[in-house]
Ligand binder design. Structure first.
Ligand SMILES: Nc1nc2c(ncn2[C@@H]2O[C@H](COP(=O)(O)OP(=O)(O)OP(=O)(O)O)[C@@H](O)[C@H]2O)c(=O)[nH]1
Ligand SMILES: [Mg+2]
Length: 221
């Protein structure tokens, strides 16, 4: 019987380029560029409102005297996060994705071209708030930090295993709200480790600053 799934090359548009290969090639190029300039890159991932900008501000506050830091803030629209981080006194490049739900290697490569990489030791990149699309789009940083907030409920690790496996450090945020949200933080941390046994897990309250030193230690900064 004829294969009804086979494309009709006379009529159909067929994308022959292996997109995942192209994605990882772009990420490899970005990583090589960062390494060539001695820059450590950290990709901060997490759902909308999980506390990415708040965490980045806390990290910048504690690290800016030890490292020359720049930040790339990815957002669908607005400069709000860039302005919030810039208030900490470090340069911030805003990328407005215009609707795209993740950053990708190409857009980050263009951003890297606009930074003076020789003047930077540490580059923190706030990815677009989303736990699904960014998992498939490595952008070429040495480290991926995944932020899970208790306000997203107790099942985030088991619901998003692809993202958890992609991350090197998992940070559980808003632990001050754990009781109100009826989330068992120890259980959530165990769930993260059951999906990705090698991952480092840290619990924090980014707004008050509780636990931020543990994030810095997990990042080996
Ligand atoms: N209670 C509590 N609120 C927090 C904590 N961390 C962040 N928030 C609040 O959560 C809200 C969202 O924080 P953001 O840092 O803007 O989150 P985000 O992940 O950058 O959000 P998007 O960039 O819009 O995806 C803000 O009102 C923060 O003050 C925390 O540890 N505890
Ligand atoms: Mg933000």
């Amino acid at each position: 019987m004829a294969d009804t799934n086979a494309p009709d090359r006379g009529r159909d548009i067929v994308i022959d380029v292996d997109l995942s290969k192209r994605t990882s090639e772009l990420a490899d190029k970005n990583l090589a560029l960062l390494k060539a300039h001695g820059v450590r890159g950290i990709d901060v991932l997490g759902s909308v409102g999980s506390g990415k900008t708040t965490l980045i501000k806390q990290l910048v506050r504690r690290l800016k005297d030890r490292y020359a830091i720049a930040v790339i803030a990815g957002d669908i629209t607005t400069r709000i996060d860039a302005d919030r981080i810039e208030a900490e006194g470090v340069p911030v490049l805003q990328i407005q994705t215009g609707g795209a739900c993740h950053l990708d290697g190409e857009i980050v490569r263009r951003a890297l071209g606009r930074l003076d990489l020789d003047a930077i030791d540490l580059l923190i990149i706030e990815n677009v708030g989303n736990l699904i699309c960014p998992a498939a789009f490595p952008i070429g940083t040495q480290t991926r930090l995944l932020l899970l907030s208790v306000t997203e409920g107790p099942y985030m690790a088991v619901k998003h295993p692809v993202m958890v496996r992609q991350a090197d450090v998992a940070v559980i945020n808003k632990v001050d709200l754990a009781d109100a949200m009826e989330v068992d933080v120890t259980q959530l941390a165990d769930d993260v480790r059951s999906v990705h046994p090698q991952i480092k897990v840290v619990s924090i309250a980014a707004r008050s600053g509780e636990g931020i030193d543990g994030v810095i230690a997990a990042l080996e900064l």
